[in-house]
Design a protein around this ligand. Structure first.
Ligand SMILES: Cc1cc2nc3c(=O)[nH]c(=O)nc-3n(C[C@H](O)[C@H](O)[C@H](O)COP(=O)(O)O)c2cc1C
Length: 332
């Protein structure tokens, strides 16, 4: 899979997820086999005005490369400056958000609002393209309203503006995350454009990803929600694509990545913010395991790295005891 000058190891992509796809989680996705990771969406205004928290969203390490940094905004000059800042900070690609349907963003003319203002979208893409040398990608929805006409218009503009690839989440702005992603629109858009197409929306398991590739003809698959807490999905898709039957991750593997997530979060975010974040997030990794509710309860007041690792050790013991007692039922 080639995007502009960048060759990806494979065609599996971890989606941008605001407030979620931070560096520690992206590293897990990468380690599990994902070929390209996206940052959370980053405010162009925040970058240009030097907001420290906004700049932190671009923190990266060599192990997660290549990294696409996604920026959002509606002013062409501001977006061009922000794209330059992102490229200087080490973005291997810059992505522009044409899909966010959150009111606060849409109100400013950014995100999916750009899909109903094609002249502004064209000016913005031209300005950003002129400002950076790294590949430029866009992530779009089907449009403001159902139907998808705006997606076809935008792809024509993108081709003419030197965009290198497009990720498509085929739901309209008004749908939010309701209903089903309309994969037939990915098929139609792929047939209508020369750009590499990254299909996205409702891939929940490895089989879905393979089905999306074969059914729509898209060049790559982007996964968001299903990879949160389950980065193993990327390895499972690679197995399936190689003609092998994927072996689901067992409890030992899940505990291993949890420990890694905890340590990386403390290293990259600082102990206090990492602990506050982990209070709700460690629960992602134990979904469906024996005793997961009690474990979730036990991490609600995490205060330190040491405590987090202790809770995970304790939970491992619970799982091992359960495995001894109920051999055949438990997975450890
Ligand atoms: C919590 C959350 C945050 C998201 N943040 C972003 C974002 O920052 N930028 C973006 O382009 N899309 C964002 N999305 C949309 C996802 O990237 C993706 O398009 C959508 O979830 C559909 O894919 P999925 O079914 O694999 O989750 C977000 C979605 C969720 C659920």
């Amino acid at each position: 899979m080639q995007i502009g000058t960048i060759t990806l190891a494979n065609n599996l992509v971890f989606a941008p997820l605001a407030g979620i796809s931070n560096l520690p989680l992206r590293l897990l996705a990468k380690e599990a086999g994902c070929g390209l990771v996206y940052s959370e969406m980053v405010s162009a205004n925040g970058l240009v005005y030097g907001a420290a928290k906004t700049h932190q969203l671009m923190n990266s390490t060599p192990e997660e490369k290549p990294l696409a940094i996604q920026i959002f905004g509606s002013d062409p000059t501001m977006m061009a400056d922000a794209a330059q800042i992102a490229a200087s900070a080490g973005a291997d690609m810059v992505d522009i958000n044409f899909g966010c349907a959150v009111k606060k963003i849409v109100k400013t003319g950014a995100g999916v609002a750009l899909m109903r203002t094609p002249d502004r979208a064209a000016a913005l893409l031209r300005a950003v393209r002129d400002a950076i040398r790294v590949p430029l990608t866009i992530k779009i929805r089907s449009g403001w309203e159902r139907g998808g006409e705006q997606a076809f218009d935008l792809l024509r503009i993108a081709e003419a503006s030197g965009v290198d690839a497009v990720a498509i989440h085929p739901r309209s702005a008004s749908q939010g995350f309701r209903g089903q992603a309309d994969w037939s629109l990915i098929t139609a858009l792929k047939a209508a454009t020369t750009l590499p197409v990254i299909g996205n929306g409702d891939v929940q398991c490895a089989e879905d990803a393979v089905r999306m590739l074969s059914q729509t003809g898209c060049d790559a698959v982007m996964i968001g929600r299903a990879a949160i807490g389950n980065p193993f999905i990327f390895g499972e898709i690679l197995e399936l694509l190689a003609g092998r039957r994927p072996v689901p991750a067992d409890a030992a593997a899940r505990l291993r990545i949890m420990r890694r997530y905890v340590v990386d979060s403390v290293n990259y975010l600082g102990e206090r913010p990492a602990c506050l974040m982990m209070r709700s997030r460690l629960g992602w990794f134990v979904k469906g395991l024996h005793g997961c509710s009690a474990f979730r309860e036990s991490i609600k007041k995490l205060e330190s790295l040491e405590q987090a690792l202790e809770r995970i050790d304790g939970y491992e013991k619970v799982l091992m005891d359960a495995a001894r007692n109920y051999s055949g039922m438990a997975t450890l």
